[in-house]
Write a protein that binds this ligand. Structure first.
Ligand SMILES: Nc1ncnc2c1ncn2[C@@H]1O[C@H](COP(=O)(O)OP(=O)(O)OP(=O)(O)O)[C@@H](O)[C@H]1O
Ligand SMILES: [Mg+2]
Length: 252
């Protein structure tokens, strides 16, 4: 078996193209098979952090490093990072008219694995997941995310994760916009997908509900571009009871 992949983020500082610093020194290590959660107030930099790790071209890393298995990936583009097994589920998936879901998923996987896909096998793989995820309305036959409902977009991203089999998956609010039943379905499927591929998970969320169906091991609280508290599941309960105030006051 291959050695476990390790994603290491060291003292990461990230600025926008205009030079506004959003992420202000984050340290975080995610190993394959681990389950990390990032929670934090709106605007604290969680999405910017995840996008920077994925290699978003408009964000600038001004200090620190991002490493996979000890090697810096700062010089790599997003698709090259995907090849190394990094995946990002978007908070707000973009709609791409004219590019079908299947073709998009196919080229993403072919590019990441450098190998051609047998379409028949790929379609039956897709169908096995659409069934489990309760993806209906023929959305996989439509343009990517085009006119998808909020919940359908989130499920389509989970389907993409299933097809990419990443080593480390960052999921930015996989639960936002999902109905009560769909949260359970998504959590169950993410658990299964992560388990079968030994995917390391980094889930960004505001709510404990999805986490109650999952087994998070490490919880990081982000505020104003920094990690201000770290611990286990007990932090989720504390947050649910007390809100961010106690964390923010403790960080002063
Ligand atoms: N390109 C940009 N130019 C200026 N400000 C930006 C840019 N991108 C992000 N920001 C700001 O950076 C801050 C952090 O944004 P980010 O989306 O990372 O927050 P978040 O923690 O994901 O919030 P939420 O929980 O609401 O999703 C926000 O104040 C946002 O407006
Ligand atoms: Mg966000």
């Amino acid at each position: 078996m291959d050695k476990d992949t390790v994603l290491e983020i060291r003292d990461l500082h990230v600025s926008t193209a205009e030079g506004k610093e959003i992420v202000k020194g984050v340290n975080l290590t995610v190993r394959q098979g681990e389950f990390h959660v990032i929670m934090g107030p709106n605007g604290s930099g969680k999405t910017t952090f995840a996008k920077a790790v994925m290699g978003y071209p408009s964000l600038k890393v001004t200090k620190g490093d991002i490493l996979i298995d000890g090697k810096s990936i700062l010089g790599l583009k997003a698709n090259e990072r995907a090849k190394l097994g990094i995946f990002l589920q978007f908070q707000n998936p973009v709609e791409i008219e004219g590019v079908g879901f299947v073709n998009f998923a196919r080229s993403a996987r072919e590019s990441a694995t450098d190998s051609a896909i047998d379409m028949k096998q790929f379609m039956s793989e897709i169908r096995s997941y659409t069934e489990k995820l309760g993806i209906t309305n023929g959305i996989i036959g439509r343009s990517l995310n085009h006119g998808f409902s909020g919940g359908e977009k989130k499920k389509a991203e989970v389907l993409q994760m299933a097809l990419m089999k990443p080593k480390i998956a960052m999921m930015d609010e996989p639960d936002s916009g999902l109905d009560i039943d769909a949260i359970k379905v998504v959590a169950k499927n993410v658990n299964e997908i992560a388990e079968s591929n030994r995917t390391g998970l980094l889930v960004i969320t505001h709510y404990s509900r999805i986490l109650s169906y999952m087994k998070p091991q490490h919880v990081h609280i982000m505020a104003d571009g920094k990690i201000i508290a770290e611990g286990g599941k007990e932090l989720i309960d504390k947050l649910e009871k007390e809100g961010y105030d106690s964390f923010l006051n403790g960080a002063e």
